[in-house]
Design a protein. Structure first.
Length: 183
């Protein structure tokens, strides 16, 4: 019979998994308490809507099933810590990869969970190299801006030429209607 405390932990974890858009499973066994604290703080600084939770595997599997995301339970392998992202799908892998690179730590990644699919560790690493949404939007805006600027410059050039033609024609008409006196 599960204890009240474990039932509460499963309910809390079920709620978190239900709200998360991205989950990454890590093996935290080789991390000291200070390194875990540093990882938590670093993830929070980079993405405030992200958190690191150490979970018991059986509770994770039960909460994942209850949340309708049984694939998350596949991330439970030995000592599991979950990085949960609640707003951005790319933020958690990017933040984790940046932390691992800067701290020079080797933390085994069990895999990830995104949009109903279980991801391998390699796929999670690949997600970290995908540009963020603001970066993609800037690229699209830059890509659209170039041709639009070219079109605007072309139209401006045509208008200048048209104005020059109209001015030349006006001068020509003016000179034919007012002939210069001959001596």
């Amino acid at each position: 019979m599960p204890t009240e405390r474990k039932l509460q932990q499963v309910a809390d974890l079920q709620d978190r998994l239900g709200r998360a858009v991205m989950a990454i499973g890590l093996d935290y066994r080789h991390l000291s308490v200070a390194q875990m604290r540093d990882l938590r703080l670093t993830l929070r600084e980079q993405e405030p809507s992200m958190e690191l939770r150490v979970v018991k595997n059986t509770l994770l599997k039960r909460a994942a099933t209850n949340a309708g995301r049984p694939g998350v339970g596949e991330l439970a392998d030995q000592a599991t810590a979950l990085v949960l992202g609640y707003e951005d799908e790319i933020g958690p892998p990017k933040a984790l990869k940046k932390y691992l690179r800067e701290s020079r730590l080797e933390i085994p990644v069990h895999g990830g969970y995104l949009d109903g699919d279980v991801l391998s560790a390699a796929q999670v690493d690949d997600l970290a190299s995908v540009p963020s949404r603001p970066e993609l939007m800037a690229r699209v805006a830059g890509g659209v801006n170039g041709p639009v600027a070219g079109i605007a410059a072309g139209i401006s050039g045509l208008l200048r030429e048209l104005a020059a033609i109209i001015e030349a024609r006006a001068e020509q008409l003016d000179s034919t209607s007012n002939p210069a006196p001959q001596a």
